[in-house]
Design a protein around this ligand. Sequence first.
Ligand SMILES: Nc1ncnc2c1ncn2[C@@H]1O[C@H](COP(=O)(O)OP(=O)(O)OP(=O)(O)O)[C@@H](O)[C@H]1O
Ligand SMILES: [Mg+2]
Length: 269
Amino acid sequence: MGAPVEHYPQLAYVDHLPSGSRLWSQHYLLFLEGVTAVFDGFTALDISAIGVEHNELRVIIGPNGAGKTTFCDIVTGKTEPATGQVYFDGENITEVSEAEIFLRGIGRKFQTPTVFDSLTTYQNMELALPGNQKVWPNLFAKERPEERDRIFDILKRVKLDDDAHTEARFLSHGQRQWLAISVLILSRPKLLLVDEPAAGLTDAETELTAELLLELKKEHTLIVIEHDMDFVRHLDARVTVLNEGKMMAEGSMADVQKDEAVIEAYLGR
Ligand SMILES: Nc1ncnc2c1ncn2[C@@H]1O[C@H](COP(=O)(O)OP(=O)(O)OP(=O)(O)O)[C@@H](O)[C@H]1O
Ligand SMILES: [Mg+2]
């Protein structure tokens, strides 16, 4: 399929412009260039260039250890890249802190969703309302009616409205994933990173998750990290294949499935 850089013709003009140029940002919400992540001398991620367009739903797939979660860690500022630059929403965010990156509009659902077990679905949402994290007693402050409506709108979308007052520990694995995504949506992120939303779900839950992601695509730019090719077929998105930290292929699911190197990486394990 050729070098990934061929998929980014815009790079030609990005390259020769002074860094900080806003031209690329007309095209891409997120753009990474020459990014590597190195742990104790081991290169876990090595990306020459990747761009995610405004309002795109991008899927990143790859076998275990391919660097998918490391990619999320870099984009969200959890891990500092050893080399390269990360641009988001017209700014270079390479040196920006994790907390500030969140405030600028990158939300993330971790591989293991973080919800508070002893709080109800609704309380988990309430706690995530912008401003409520700073002072925990705010949990007991009365939210405004429009906030309540907004919480229920989101819960309806993920079919959790009937379980609004159920403690999170009684939710199914799929429902916990949807709650974690719902909590994220509350902060109105421009970019949502969703790490393995379908892992361990039943077929019915997997289908609902795909529907939810397609629904979210209408209002957000999304990067969905997945392991499972079957799930990705439902999403009809541009797919980037990572393997051993490198971009191996990019294109439609139909295209990457035909790629010999991709077949080898998945089946040759
Ligand atoms: N903090 C770290 N310290 C040392 N090695 C790390 C660290 N984070 C990731 N790695 C290594 O980097 C490689 C990529 O890991 P990563 O978690 O990004 O893979 P992944 O594609 O998310 O895999 P999975 O499908 O299992 O979730 C692995 O070999 C992993 O052991
Ligand atoms: Mg991972």
